[in-house]
Design a binder for this molecule. Structure first.
Ligand code: CS2
Ligand code: MG
Length: 405
């Protein structure tokens, strides 16, 4: 089945998304998500200038070969921009394969391993009281797992929150340059255990709780935080340290049994290999979009399963609903699925551009069985929301030193 056309769309229904649409000779089409927050246009150029001319006329069924052609064939392997571009092509091809087979993609992977997808939602707030109020609402709504992020007292917010009851997700499209946030490791370390202490006192231990450090600690600081949190029995601590030095996770592991998750910035199975093999982590957070597509992600899942490491895909709002739907299929299949990050149902603008059907019941996500991914892209609606240059925030220590955001 020959590829006849590839189009790249960038739109901003609340935030920027890059979408790829591949059409084949019989009129079948598939879609993929290529969104790379804050660097969207680099991926658009990579796709339009360097990928699409090579694929016209190729057989859409040869997903594995096309993946290797784009990855190995480029000579410059890896890298966030190229991997997001390859991922979108791979996703669009799996969508086509599913449609041609008249099956949901999870069937092509080997079928369902579970009935629904356990998710963790976000409870954020500017005070412990506010976070706990939001957590209470989510428990009432049936969530089985929740991530807690709270503004650190005497700061103007931290990762997950910003001054003025905003979270950073709302900033997209509103700021021409990166907003700056202050960071204090000591204020943070002195505060976070209290958040979890009060959450457990109020809601007990039935609800699974997690927290994202967003790579702001050193390994020994992270080890200390994880130890302090041990009494509150967390599902995991995410991105305790940056992953450039995988041994950082070894240091943490030597000191604590709080489970560890990382990998939302991994581009390839090789980024995760050492940590998985050494069993320094418990959850891999790589998304289909930022990990190069379904083709490498299924290999990553199988490899991780050998070491009792589970998949907990990244589900921030800067991944489009195409990625969310791809995760539905991936998670339904993956025998070693753990939990899916889920920030809730999108805005009316988002759901005008992306058409998909999911339902949350008692903390589990369900979808309708449809051929392919079961998500569509409304090109006409997308035209109403043009791209707006946008950046993620940056962090500085109190003395002005640039820090990991
Ligand atoms: C994150 C993201 O959801 C998460 O766990 O760490 O919010 C991340 O900051 C964004 O996806 C960056 O674009
Ligand atoms: Mg994260």
């Amino acid at each position: 089945m020959k590829i006849t056309d590839i189009k790249v769309f960038v739109c901003c229904p609340g935030r920027n998304f890059v979408t790829v649409k591949i059409s084949t000779a019989d009129g079948t089409y598939g879609i993929g998500d290529a969104t790379l927050n804050g660097r969207e246009m680099a991926v658009v150029t990579y796709l339009e200038e360097h990928i699409t001319p090579c694929l016209i006329g190729k057989d859409a069924h040869q997903i594995e070969d096309i993946w290797n052609y784009l990855y190995k064939g480029a000579y410059w392997q890896n890298g966030a921009v190229s991997i997001a571009a390859i991922a979108a092509i791979d996703m669009a091809l799996w969508d086509i394969k599913g449609k041609l087979a008249n099956m949901p993609v999870y069937q092509l992977l080997g079928g369902k391993s579970r009935k629904g997808i356990t998710v963790y939602g976000h409870a954020n707030g500017e005070s412990i009281e506010e976070v706990l109020q939001n957590l209470g609402t989510m428990i009432k709504d049936g969530y089985k797992a929740v991530r807690l992020q709270c503004t650190i007292p005497k700061t103007k917010g931290t990762y997950g929150t910003m001054e003025g009851k905003k979270n950073y997700y709302e900033l997209q499209g509103n700021r021409p340059l990166p907003p700056e946030q202050e960071w204090s490791t000591s204020k943070y370390m002195n505060f976070i255990p209290e958040l979890f202490k009060q959450a457990r006192e109020k809601f007990g231990y039935d609800i699974a709780l997690c927290h994202d450090v967003h790579s702001r600690l050193t390994p020994i600081e992270a080890a200390r935080l994880c130890k302090l949190l041990e009494p509150y029995n967390l599902l995991f601590i995410e991105d305790a340290v940056t992953t450039e030095n995988p041994e950082g996770y070894k240091v943490i592991r030597e000191h604590t049994d709080t489970p560890l998750a990382t990998g939302e910035k991994f581009n390839a199975i090789w980024d995760a290999k050492e940590m998985i093999q050494n069993q320094w982590i418990d959850y891999v957070r790589t998304a289909v979009t930022h990990g190069g597509g379904l083709t490498p992600l299924k290999k990553l899942a199988d490899f991780a399963s050998l070491y009792h490491v589970r998949m907990a895909p990244h589900g921030a709002p800067d991944l489009s609903p195409i990625c969310l739907m791809a995760h539905m299929h991936f998670n339904l299949w993956a025998p070693n699925f753990g939990v899916q990050e889920f920030i809730g149902f999108g805005t009316p603008e988002l759901n005008e551009v992306f058409l998909y059907d999911i339902a949350l019941k008692e903390g589990l996500l369900y979808m309708e069985d449809k051929p392919g991914w079961g998500v569509d892209f409304n090109e006409e609606a997308a035209k109403k929301y043009p791209y707006k240059r946008s950046y993620l925030p940056v962090s500085r220590l109190e003395d002005g030193t640039l820090w990991n955001w």
